[in-house]
Design a binder for this molecule. Structure first.
Ligand SMILES: Cc1cc2nc3c(=O)[nH]c(=O)nc-3n(C[C@H](O)[C@H](O)[C@H](O)COP(=O)(O)OP(=O)(O)OC[C@H]3O[C@@H](n4cnc5c(N)ncnc54)[C@H](O)[C@@H]3O)c2cc1C
Length: 321
């Protein structure tokens, strides 16, 4: 599957663009599940000004998708039409600010944020040691672990909207809730300011080690996965329902419900994205049937199915009771 090459049109519209463009770039290489088709165009902006220039000049009709480190994504086998934006080196700055604060670019991995906070004696951010995404993904998903969430430590974020205008967003405007933000879907976060408290670097590093050990013992972090597949329904937990519905270890094509943690799907035998999505819908259907609860996907599914195959929505309908 490959898309028409948009690069000549983009180059003609944007002579001053400084970032990198690639046509039909494989996304399986840069997402955790290691499945899925190409991006029609993959754009890596040089910095926030370059990103704003791009968005101000790209056709309004061109679909734009932003991805981070791909740890919460399932890219479908037909790939993603339009432009996929992935932030890189131009968004990887980390600066310690007075008052136990850290200002970071949104391409910074969460693990690196946790480590920088520890080095600076800033406590409160050690939970990010357990989240394998980027700061941009953490802002969009209100990432959290071990009893803390992004909303507990964020002061403000900066974003660029679809027209290329820059915005500063204080915490309240981020509307962070369980695994989501209320900021318009097409805004791209570029920078974040975090607030911690004074702490001892040695104690913080120890706490981070404990987080890492817990992860290793309880989650399939060495597998090709996408993290928690479904959100915890209010008052319940997704894994308990999946277990009660008899889905632990369930297999579909090259994908499997993890034996270790059954809210994780894994690609252990060269699965397609369709294998993974179909398995997820099978789990949802069984949980609905046996426990009377409807699980909501936490993993973000993007793009088109293989030509002639069903979309995720159609799959869900096919599995509905
Ligand atoms: C083994 C494993 C363990 C995990 N454990 C946890 C956990 O404990 N807690 C938790 O919360 N999550 C967990 N996750 C899920 C995932 O790591 C988080 O959701 C993370 O925040 C996603 O970040 P990312 O950079 O990988 O984003 P992606 O997966 O690439 O994208 C996720 C969403 O964020 C959006 N996005 C990414 N960057 C930006 C940006 N700059 N601006 C605007 N939108 C953006 C994307 O459009 C998409 O909607 C886990 C995942 C794995 C694989």
């Amino acid at each position: 599957m490959s898309f028409a090459d948009l690069l000549p049109e983009i180059a003609a519209r944007m002579p001053d663009l400084r970032g990198r463009l690639a046509a039909n770039a494989m996304l399986a290489d840069i997402t955790w599940f290691r499945v899925g088709g190409p991006a029609q165009v993959l754009f890596t902006p040089a910095d926030a000004a370059d990103l704003a220039y791009f968005l101000a000049h790209i056709s309004e009709n061109e679909p734009i998708t932003v991805i981070g480190l791909g740890s919460n994504l399932l890219v479908r086998d037909g790939g993603i039409p339009g432009v996929v934006i992935r932030l890189g080196r131009g968004f990887s700055q980390i600066a310690v600010e007075p008052g136990h604060r850290l200002r970071v670019g949104t391409a910074v991995p969460d693990v690196k944020l946790a480590r920088a906070a520890a080095d600076a004696g800033i406590a409160g951010l050690a939970f990010y040691r357990g989240v394998p995404g980027s700061v941009g993904g953490a802002l969009r998903m209100n990432a959290g672990a071990h009893g803390r969430e992004t909303k507990d430590v964020l002061v403000e974020a900066h974003a660029v909207d679809r027209q290329g205008r820059m915005h500063a967003l204080p915490l309240a405007q981020m509307q962070l809730r369980y695994r989501r933000s209320g900021v318009p879907e097409d805004w791209i976060f570029t920078e974040a300011l975090f607030q911690g408290t004074p702490g001892d670097p040695v104690a913080i590093l120890k706490q981070m080690e404990e987080v890492a050990e817990y992860r290793e013992a309880n989650q399939p972090i060495k597998e090709r996965t996408g993290g928690s597949t479904f959100k915890n329904p209010p008052g319940s937990s997704a894994w308990r329902l999946i277990d009660a519905a008899g889905c632990r270890g369930l297999r579909g094509g090259g994908a499997q419900v993890s034996e270790m943690h059954c809210n994780f799907l894994i690609n252990d035998r060269n699965a397609s994205a369709e294998d993974v999505e179909t398995l997820g819908e099978t789990v949802r259907a069984r949980v609905r049937e046996r426990c009377g609860m409807t699980l909501e996907w936490e993993i973000i599914r993007l793009g088109l199915p293989k030509q002639g195959h069903l979309t995720g929505e159609a799959l869900a309908r096919a599995f509905a009771p």
